[in-house]
Design a protein around this ligand. Structure first.
Ligand code: SF4
Length: 366
């Protein structure tokens, strides 16, 4: 969706980042004393989740930029850290958790990046490997047309040796990153899905072929890459279609440049169902064999998850036998039956991913 209006928090009005974004984003802009009136306006819209994609609020992050990823204790979690640069997204996926996660859902971008830099410098001085991503509360690369956010981050991460940055996207906005001396400390990552899921559930995202071409450009520029098959959606014929995506992926990029690939079956909080039914009336995604998991989310019946995740993992291993493949938010039984091992046999999931980062990105402990 296109941003139509810019709202500027009075506290952020004099910040140089605000002026830079304002000059690049040619839409009407208004300085407001705080977010209250804007939040109210978005909440009162017919479609708040859609309205929140049309207005951008420039403000200060008054909390922490670095946060622990909100995994749950019931499923295997990967120990990731989120760099909270902004929130929400201009693209519009039916299954997007962010529609229901923020109250109200609204594009917000934090201009006080001097505070972010300070937190990152502290983090870089701790003697352990850190995996950090900007793509949990937003798509990492939607900000590229109006900011230098990711360029700056790639350069900052290139100047240290303990942390990797993962930029996760469904866009193709990598052109501004290709000439950088990244020193392999940034992983360019794409969420992938079948042509059908992209067409039916991922409004406004780049087509599969375009994502793969952008990944190939990243590979040619020497970046380590990652891919996320998440959400894996189960439907008649899905196994063959996911296999085809794996085949196209490895026809486009060299397997040895892939740091990790995650697989995550579609899951959703109950309150997302009504929102999807209202905003995406043609979507069939919430109709299937679901059960409620230990974390309260609806998930496909376990044997179905195992069958489809196993089939996709096999396809990936056929083309990239040495690639680190992991599951997102699954228990040991699903790991065992889908991938043939449980994380504890390899030192735990965080250790598996740290080792992959060390191998591909040259990060080290100590
Ligand atoms: S690209 Fe990601 S963040 Fe954006 S709408 Fe889709 S799922 Fe949500």
């Amino acid at each position: 969706m296109t941003i139509r209006e810019l709202f500027i928090d009075a506290e952020a009005a004099d910040h140089p980042q605000t002026a830079a974004i304002r000059s690049r984003l040619a839409v009407p802009a208004r300085v407001v004393p705080g977010p209250a009136a804007l939040f109210e306006e978005v909440r009162a819209a017919d479609d708040p989740a859609g309205r929140g994609k049309q207005v951008l609020f420039l403000t200060r992050n008054r909390g922490a930029f670095l946060k622990a990823c909100p995994g749950t204790r019931h499923y295997t979690c990967c120990g990731y850290r989120i760099l909270h640069v902004g929130s929400y997204c201009t693209m519009d996926c039916a299954y997007c958790i962010l529609q229901a996660y923020f109250h109200p859902p609204l594009l917000q971008y934090y201009v006080n990046q001097e505070d972010m830099t300070r937190e990152l410098e502290e983090c870089f001085s701790t003697p352990v490997i850190q995996r950090i991503g900007t793509g949990e509360f937003t798509d990492s690369l939607i900000w590229e047309p109006w900011t230098n956010l990711s360029r700056g981050l790639v350069q900052r991460f290139a100047a240290q040796r303990r942390a990797v940055l993962e930029l996760k996207t469904k866009s193709v906005n990598v052109a501004g990153l290709l000439d950088l001396d990244h020193r392999r400390k940034t992983i360019l990552a794409w969420s992938l899905n079948t042509e059908r899921v992209i067409r039916e559930q991922e409004r406004g995202t780049a087509a599969l072929g375009a994502r793969l071409r952008a990944a190939a450009a990243g590979a040619a520029a020497g970046y380590p890459l990652a891919f996320h098959f998440d959400p894996v959606v189960i439907y008649d014929g899905c196994e063959a279609e996911y296999r085809e995506v794996a085949e196209r992926l490895f026809a486009a990029i060299p397997p040895e440049q892939v740091v990790w690939i995650s697989l995550g079956a579609f899951r959703f909080m109950p309150d997302l169902k009504a929102l999807i039914q209202r905003r995406f009336p043609d979507s069939r995604i919430v109709y299937g064999e679901f059960i409620t998991g230990l974390d309260g989310k609806a998930r496909y019946f376990k044997p179905l998850r195992i069958q489809v995740l196993r089939s996709l993992a096999r396809a990936i291993r056929e083309f990239a036998p040495h690639c680190c493949v992991y599951l997102c938010m699954e228990d040991d039984e699903v790991w065992r039956h889908s991938l043939g091992f449980v994380p504890a046999e390899r030192g735990g999931l965080p250790r598996m991913l740290d080792s992959a980062a060390a191998r591909h990105c040259g990060v080290e402990e100590g």
